[in-house]
Design a protein. Sequence first.
Length: 149
Amino acid sequence: MGLRLTVKEATALGIDIPPPPYRKYNAKPSRIDGKGFDSQMEMLRYCYLIQVEMAGALTDLKIHPRFALYADGAGKGTVEVGSYEADFAYNDEAGRIVEDVKGVVLPIYILKRNLFLANYPTLIFREVRKCRKRWTSTRISASSLTAET
């Protein structure tokens, strides 16, 4: 059993409290239902998906599913080059959906997304954003990448 102190109590006792870590793009980690999320927007999307699941419109909701990424090794066959961790995966009437909640799109994300689409062409991939208090999603497929780049 540990002793818990507030910041004010700790500083009164002379204990130096380090500042919270700086996060890029002001994303604040959040927790709900004992699950951790990288941003508050991701947590809000989880709350929305839970409501939709309770209404029966989707099933088998997974949080932070991992997918292995493969590429052709020069003469060595297929080689695992990393992994992609999506924000959510679930089933609905369209099929198996993989979602990523996005605020800022970084180049490493685009690379991993393209590798994911090349490795898993049967899955439906969506980028989700919150715009004017509404969720907007963009379906991205491997065939749309040629027009995008």
